[in-house]
Design a protein around this ligand. Structure first.
Ligand code: NDP
Length: 317
């Protein structure tokens, strides 16, 4: 008889870890498949100033390490693999890892998060890792004393631009005449002498043969174009939910965010729950992801109780 997990959690960001915390404390012995980016998006951020309980702020990677340690303490098992596909046609569910290994689960919590978006320009893709990046905290250090561009107008763009000024002069390219970022981040951009904001400006090409040497810009008010020399270009234009492995089974919106029932993490498939950025296009915060991870855990626990599976003979965990 194959091992059947009570709870399989796919993804290891704040949502996955919080689901693990609650289900492990409920003695459901969850297993977490960490995926390609263990710890999720917070592992590529620096200071997290808005996670409650850390008055001085905390570094993103440290916060995730602490979450993992807390869950491990209660018996969560972490595996470094990615879940490639799921088969939800029968129950217990079946899933396949990138290793080819097949596993079985009574409930699955999808907490796969979201991935940074790119503009989709041919040269931008070609020069990824050669001056084009979507992670200022990973790559900013390489630009000491240089000049870089940041694309975007949200909190990420504002935060990355401010962070990059530790190393470089920063040009922020905003496609509209306003920032979407929160007021406090807008003020931080305005107050920072090393950030030059280019309003109503789009990056329409990335220049450079072997590495980035500049960008071609379009003025969105009159359509005029100009080139600017730069040593690097950072994208901060939002994220795409990592829902492809589940798209055949659950409902998604047009962007791919998994749709859940109102005030719930339940998906269209009974026993399959979705938490965090893969289902939340509104708040997208570490704390709201953690909150929905908690909801998913409690809902999975209740679902298992209502199913009365405890009486089933195959429960060997
Ligand atoms: P957002 O979706 O909030 O912002 C994306 C930005 O990129 C917008 O300004 C958008 O422009 C711009 N954009 C999108 N597509 C393009 C394009 N093709 N070309 C040029 N510009 C483009 O994403 P963020 O990643 O900034 O933030 C996501 C969430 O995370 C938000 O809720 C944010 O508040 C939160 N966050 C919070 C932080 C904090 O509190 N410290 C830090 C980082 C993120 P437009 O405005 O015209 O649509």
């Amino acid at each position: 008889m194959p091992e059947i997990h009570d709870v399989v959690i796919i993804g290891s960001g704040p949502a996955g870890n919080t689901a693990a915390l609650y289900t492990s404390r409920a003695n459901l012995k969850p297993i977490v498949y960490e995926g390609l980016q263990p710890g999720g998006q917070l592992t590529i951020t620096t200071d997290v100033e808005n996670y409650p309980g850390f008055p001085e702020g905390i570094m993103g990677p440290e916060l995730m390490d602490r979450m993992k340690a807390q869950c491990t303490r209660f018996g969560t098992r972490y595996e470094p693999w990615t879940v490639r596909s799921v088969d939800l046609a029968s129950w217990p569910f079946q899933f396949t890892l990138d290793t080819g290994e097949v596993g079985h689960a009574r409930t699955i919590i999808v907490a796969t998060g979201a991935t940074a978006m790119y503009l989709g320009l041919e040269n931008e893709i070609r020069l990824q890792g050669y001056g084009v990046s979507a992670c200022a905290t990973c790559d900013g250090f390489f630009y000491q004393g240089k000049t870089v561009g940041v694309v975007g107008g949200g909190d990420s763009a504002a935060e990355e631009a401010a962070f990059l000024t530790k190393f470089a002069d920063v040009h922020l390219f905003v496609r509209r005449d306003a920032l979407r970022a929160s007021k406090i981040m807008q003020q931080r951009v305005a107050d920072n002498q090393r950030i030059t904001v280019h309003w109503s400006t789009s990056v329409i090409d990335v220049l450079g043969k072997d590495e980035v040497t500049g960008v071609r810009l379009a003025d969105n008010t009159d359509g005029s174009e100009r080139d600017m020399d730069l040593d690097g270009l950072f994208l901060a234009i939002g994220h795409k939910p990592n829902s492809a492995a589940f798209a055949d089974w659950v409902d998604t919106d047009e962007t791919g965010y998994i749709l859940t029932a109102a005030d719930s993490t339940a998906t269209r498939v009974p026993g399959l729950f979705a938490a965090g950025d893969v289902q939340d296009h509104v708040y997208r915060q570490a704390i709201s992801a953690a909150g929905s991870g908690c909801m998913a855990a409690l809902e999975a626990e209740r679902w298992l109780e209502n199913k009365g599976y405890e009486a089933l003979p195959q429960r060997e965990l």
